[in-house]
Ligand binder design. Structure first.
Ligand code: F6R
Length: 603
């Protein structure tokens, strides 16, 4: 996820910016840059990869005296992680940094190009600086008027800082949907996308609200919203960096569970249109000659792959099979060139998945990857890659990566359905309408979290958990069980509910905990009778469903929804929180469970 810093004052700016960016490293990035304006002097440095590279480039540069400065760490969304795509973006005499996504950038870019503006990068961000300069010097507006007009033209989520030679004593700022704060220390003004870069530097802070914009000069910040200028009050800045990184949550995993709603909007942005799905990165010709999809992945990514197999067959009517990458590699699989080979990986570095992809490529298959890390080995190796845009995931137990993978795969199955004409417009519209409700389905309410906190104390013993579900809720059951075993160290299995009677039901007794995923929109009666069979054998049942279920020992009520995927995402959050709360009660290390690594780069 991108990070922003800014500083206005007399102190050495390079050090302040680089220090600030260092504090944002934990969010993940693939390039970084800084820009400084001191009077008529403009300085700009960018580097791909780690901050060390940027430090190296700026070794012999030091700012002197008063100036304005901005810096950025970029996590690629539009365009590859290259120096040209790194922020700050330069117009003719101004620089901009931006977090979020400008949804209407293509329209703005066309307008500017028709007026003769040259774009250097593939980013949405670069449009901001060019519109500003259009209004400022070409249309003779003051820098502030030009900035205000620029912000009015932007659609989407953004937090942005702009500095310009036209007003070398000011930093212009705006926030809408992405975080941004202003720090104060006497006459010096700081900006950042979260607390950590300014802890130890600023003393007071103001957290900008959506729709606020303005400018900072020495010792002075003017703030506006749609109703005009407004006053604001600052508060003392927190001083604990690690807790600031966790943004008030106890664990990174908890923060990432809560973040899912927001990152999902990023995942969908620019892809879910009013009445169609688009993936700029996937050419429709990818499906030419394709009769079958083969997906390979490991762990949690394998669970999103399994979910996708239902969706590809159901919506796009393409045969789909899924394999665990470590099994696939040695089974001497039969591959043919009418197969599209899909790999799914959060890190893009999982050794087994990468090797499976190489095998498929050697066999001449077309390949597509769904990944969270641009420029990772799997992305580089694939013919086509779709980024999930979840931002860096720090908790070893994957949460938001799984959610965004599943969302991308749902969108992809509809995109393929459009290409293959296997879906009518009415059905497509229903799917798109449902997609728009996903961020809401992922919101964690206090009621839900408190309920799971209370319930968790009843599930700290016993001889095992069975998570059961049917259809797409079967892979979700597998994922729920995996989450629980990873961080609680209790034995848990995911099982297709209809399969319990073929063996596992022998384990049923009051010490067998069954977490039953009982969506109302998909095979409710079927799963209900499977759960009744377990209840009849005295298994302890924790039902997750919108529909009250009289045989449940514990009941987690979800919303009645119009689409199974909405139930899927809401139940996913409930299982993640259940695992988290059990792990906390058992005093385990939630973010770094024993024996596990975030990226498994060995076979
Ligand atoms: C579980 C988890 C792992 C990974 C697996 C594959 O919470 O994170 O099961 O899903 O190691 O990793 P990626 O997705 O990076 O290929």
């Amino acid at each position: 996820m991108c990070g922003i810093v800014g500083y206005l004052g007399k102190n050495e700016k390079k050090e302040i910016l680089l220090d600030g960016l260092q504090e944002l490293e934990y969010r993940g990035y693939d390039s970084a840059g800084i820009a400084v304006i001191e009077g008529k002097q403009l300085y700009n440095f960018k580097a791909v990869g780690k901050l060390e590279n940027l430090k190296d480039k700026t070794k012999s540069y030091f700012s002197e005296g008063f100036g304005v400065s901005i810096g950025h760490t970029r996590w690629a969304t539009h365009g590859k992680p290259t120096e040209l795509n790194a922020h700050p973006h330069l117009g003719a005499y101004s620089y901009v940094v931006h977090n979020g996504i400008i949804e209407n950038y293509q329209e703005l870019k066309k307008e500017l190009q028709s007026e003769g503006v040259n774009f250097l990068s593939q980013t949405d961000t670069e449009t901001i600086v060019h519109i500003f300069e259009k209004y400022n010097r070409r249309e003779n507006k003051t820098p502030f008027e030009a900035f205000k007009k620029t912000i009015e033209r932007l659609k989407g989520a953004f937090a942005t800082l702009l500095i310009t030679e036209s007003a070398p004593d000011a930093i212009f700022f705006a926030k809408n949907g992405s975080p941004m704060l202003i720090g104060f220390d006497g006459a010096d003004v700081y900006f950042a996308s979260s607390d950590t870069p300014i802890i130890g530097k600023a003393k007071e802070v103001y957290y900008l609200e959506d729709g606020e914009y303005g400018y900072a000069k020495t010792g002075e910040v003017k703030l506006f919203n749609k109703d005009g200028e407004r006053t604001f009050s600052t508060k003392p800045l927190n001083t604990d960096k690690t807790s600031a990184q966790k943004e008030g949550y106890r664990f990174f995993m908890e923060k990432e569970i809560y973040e899912q709603s927001k990152v999902m909007s990023d995942t969908m942005m620019g892809r879910v249109k009013d009445s169609s799905i688009t993936f700029d990165e996937v050419d429709a010709s990818l499906l030419d000659g394709i009769k079958e999809i083969k997906i390979c992945a490991c762990g949690t990514s394998y669970h999103s792959a399994l979910t996708a197999s239902y969706l590809f067959e159901r919506l796009a009517k393409i045969r789909c099979s899924v394999e665990i990458a470590s099994e696939f590699r040695y089974k001497e699989p039969l591959l043919s060139d009418d197969m599209l080979f899909v790999t799914i990986s959060q890190s893009g570095e999982t050794a087994d998945t990468l090797e499976a992809l190489k095998m498929a490529k050697r066999a001449g298959l077309k390949s597509l990857s769904v990944c969270n890390v641009d420029n990772s080995s799997i992305v580089r190796e694939s013919d086509t890659a779709i980024l999930t845009r979840a931002g860096i995931e720090k908790g070893v137990a994957s949460t938001k990566a799984f959610a965004t993978q599943t969302m991308v795969l749902w969108m992809l199955s509809l995109y393929f359905a459009q290409i293959k004409d296997t879906i009518d417009q009415k059905k497509l519209q229903d799917e798109i309408d449902a997609m728009r409700h996903v961020p809401k389905a992922l919101l964690v309410t206090d009621t839900l979290h408190n309920k799971l906190h209370r319930l968790s104390k009843r599930y700290l013993h016993g001889h095992g958990f069975f998570f059961i579900g049917r259809d797409i809720f079967y892979p979700l059951a597998l994922e729920g069980a995996l989450k629980l075993k990873e961080i609680s160290y209790l034995h848990a299995e995911g099982y297709p509910a209809g399969e319990m009677k073929h063996g596992p039901i022998a384990l049923a007794d009051s010490e067998l905990f069954t977490i039953a995923l009982m969506p109302k929109t998909l095979h409710y009666d079927k799963i209900k009778s499977n759960v009744e069979e377990l209840s009849a054998r005295d298994a302890t049942i924790c039902a997750i469903s919108p529909e009250p279920f009289e045989l449940a020992d514990d009941f987690i009520q979800t919303e009645y929804a119009t689409h199974p995927m909405l139930e899927f995402f809401e139940m996913m959050v409930a299982t993640q929180l259940l695992a988290l709360e059990i792990s906390v009660r058992l005093s385990n290390d939630v973010d770094m469970p024993r024996n596990l690594a975030k990226s498994v780069t060995v076979e």
